[in-house]
Design a protein around this ligand. Structure first.
Ligand code: SAH
Length: 220
């Protein structure tokens, strides 16, 4: 039996919960209301897929908590057809949310096993994400520049190569922006970096979050 209606009800409750927690961007809420998060976790976690919690996806990695996905998406605020680079494809859930918002999504993952699992999953759900197996610390040079970059693992500092793949400001249009959790320890400060010029960046520190670490090199 098709049980998607059960998940639909849970999903709209999650959207209400995120609204209560302070998410105001209607495009973000609508996107979360559409993405079937249960397909991005193991069957064993289906009943928890619409709780506002991070869940394991294997290999010591997690699918981010919906609030975190909503917060990052809201801060990034991708407009239709903007080019967005995600570092850390993981389960593919965040990439799917960005697709639902109309962005052109590019996503890099360093673990072969996750890359091999998520790429066909996104395709089968109809999400057109350009995926790359590689070290996201290097960004995706051949696809740069980007209107936005979203890093979904905790970085010790902002990788210079990444911020250099943000678009330069042009006329009335401001430069590219990056949302990245930064911090040396287990907790990171969500940071918004905006490109102001060739060598000039502005950064604004937002709230504290906990992410799995951004690590260099590829695995597998
Ligand atoms: N956006 C994901 C979050 C997954 S957790 C989701 O929605 O499910 C973070 C992911 O970042 C993990 O899959 C981890 O393997 C990956 N990661 C960590 N360091 C990386 C790097 N340097 N390059 C690419 N991916 C990286």
């Amino acid at each position: 039996m098709n049980e998607d209606w059960k998940f639909e009800r849970r999903r709209s409750r999650l959207v209400e919960e995120l609204r209560e927690k302070g998410i105001v961007n209607e495009r973000v809420l609508a996107a979360i209301g559409r993405v079937p998060r249960h397909h991005f976790v193991d069957q064993a976690f289906h009943l928890r897929a619409y709780n506002d919690e991070a869940l394991p996806i294997g290999l010591k990695q997690t699918i981010s908590q919906p609030f975190t996905v909503a917060f990052q998406s809201q801060t990034l605020a991708p407009q239709r057809d903007e080019r967005i680079l995600e570092i850390g494809t993981g389960s593919g859930y965040q990439a799917a949310v960005l697709c639902e918002m109309g962005a052109r999504v590019f996503s890099v993952e360093r673990m072969r096993a996750l890359f091999d699992r998520t790429r066909p999953l996104l395709k089968s759900l109809g999400y057109r994400v350009n995926t790359l197996f590689g070290d996201g610390m290097d960004g995706w040079g051949s696809m740069a520049p980007f209107d936005g970059i979203i890093v979904t693992a905790g970085a010790k500092e902002v990788p210079d190569l990444l911020r250099r793949q943000l678009k330069l400001p042009e006329g009335m249009k401001s430069g590219g922006r990056m949302i990245i959790p930064v911090g040396p320890g287990e907790e990171q400060i969500m940071t918004l970096v905006v490109r102001l010029g060739e060598d000039s960046f502005e950064s604004v520190e937002l709230d504290a979050f906990r992410f799995v670490p951004l690590l260099g090199n590829t695995v597998g």
